[in-house]
Design a binder for this molecule. Sequence first.
Ligand code: PLP
Length: 405
Amino acid sequence: MLEPRINTNGHENLFAPKLATGTTGHRACDNATTAMSGKSMKIPLGKPFIGKEEFAAVEKVLASRRLATGELVKEFEDALTRKFGRKYCIAVNSGTSALYLGLKALGVRRVIIPTITCGAVLNAALNAGARVVFSDVERDTHNIDLSTLSEGQLSGADAVIVTHTYGQAADMDRLDQYLKKHGLTLVEDFAQAIGANYKGRPTGSFGRIAVTSFYASKGITTGHGGAVLTDDEELALKCLYGRGSRTPAYFTGLIPMNIQMTDIQAAIGLVQMKKMDGMIEMRRTIAGRYLQGLAGVLGTIGEKPWTSQVYYKFAAILPDGVEKQAFIQRMGEQEIEVGTLFDPPLHRTQLAADVGDGQSELPVAERLAPRTVSLPMFPELSEPDIQRICQATRSTIPRLIADSR
Ligand SMILES: Cc1ncc(COP(=O)(O)O)c(C=O)c1O
C-alpha cells in the first residue's frame, strides 16, 4: 500500500516520496492537522492545495494591472481544451454558471438529472428555464440510473445531465445506448471528476456540452470558477456571447450575462493544471489508506473496472442503526469534520416542491442519502490525520450502534 506524500511548505516537493510522519505536515498558519501542544486540531473536510507558485502567479497578474478577462483566461481555456480533448472552451465564474450557459446554448426545455448530486445542478437547470425530471441512482456507484425512468417521465425530455458522482465516471457505454435509443442530448457535468477517465478517455470529453467547476474544494481550483467545453462551434459562440464577452455574433433568445472568469483566477488555474495529476495521485493514496483503515466499519464505494476514481469526495455508508447527524456530531467533538453529502436528495428539496418538479419516490436515493457521509479528503491530508480519522470512526460507530439498542 502506498503512503500519502505530503509537502511541508508550499508545493516544491509535491512529487517527492516523502511522508508526513509527525505533527507538522503543514505550515504554521494551517488549521488542518494535529497537535502542536498536545491538543488535536480540527481536520477540515477539504482544503485547496495552494503553494508558492499560485502566490507568484497572482502577484504577476496584480503587477500587470490587467485584472479582468484577458490573455490568461484564453491561455487557461486553451490548456483545458488540450487536456480534455475538446475544440472549444469558455471559462466562466462558476460551475453553476457553466451549466446554466451550456443548457441555455442548447435550448434545453426538459432535462433529466440525478437526484443525488450537488444542488447547483438543479439551480442551473431551473435558471436556464428547463423543467426537471429527477432520476434515481445506482446502488453501488450513486451515479444516475436511467433504467428507472418511466415512458411518462421521458416524454418531452431533450437532455440528460450526467455528473460522475464523487469522482467516479458513470458507465458511459451503457448511457450512450440509452441516450441514442431515446434521442437525448448528453450534458456532461464533470465538476466532481476532473482528471478521471472512462476506459482511458477523459471525463469531460463525452458530452455535446461538458461543464466543470473550479470551486475551492474541487480537483483543481481557481477559488470560484467554471468552464464549458464543446466541439460545436455554434454552441461555443453562443456560450461566449451569453457569458458577456463582446462578440460580433447575435443570438435571438439569449441575453448576455456578465459571468466571466478573471485573469487572476486563470493564473491560479494554470498552475493548478500542472499539479492536477499529482494531486489526484495523492487523493487516491489517501482513499487507499481509508479503504484499509475502515474495512468492516463503514460501507465504501468500489472502483469500477472502467474508471480511475479521482475521489473528489470520499463517500462512506453508515451501517444500520447509526444516525447520520449523531455520527457527524460525535466526529465533530473529536475535531474531525464530516460532510452530509447530498441529503436530502434533490427531488425531496423545498425548491423541487416549489417548482412542482419533485417526484414521490426514488427508493435507492432515499435509502442512500440519509446513510451517506463524506470524510475529509484533500491532497495534503497527512498520515497521522488519516489514522486519527480511522481510529475515531472505528470507536464511534460501535458506540452509536450500542446507543441505538
Ligand atoms: C456536479 C456539480 N455540478 C455543479 C457544481 C457547481 O459548481 P460551482 O460551485 O462552481 O457553482 C458542483 C459543485 O459545486 C457540482 O458538484
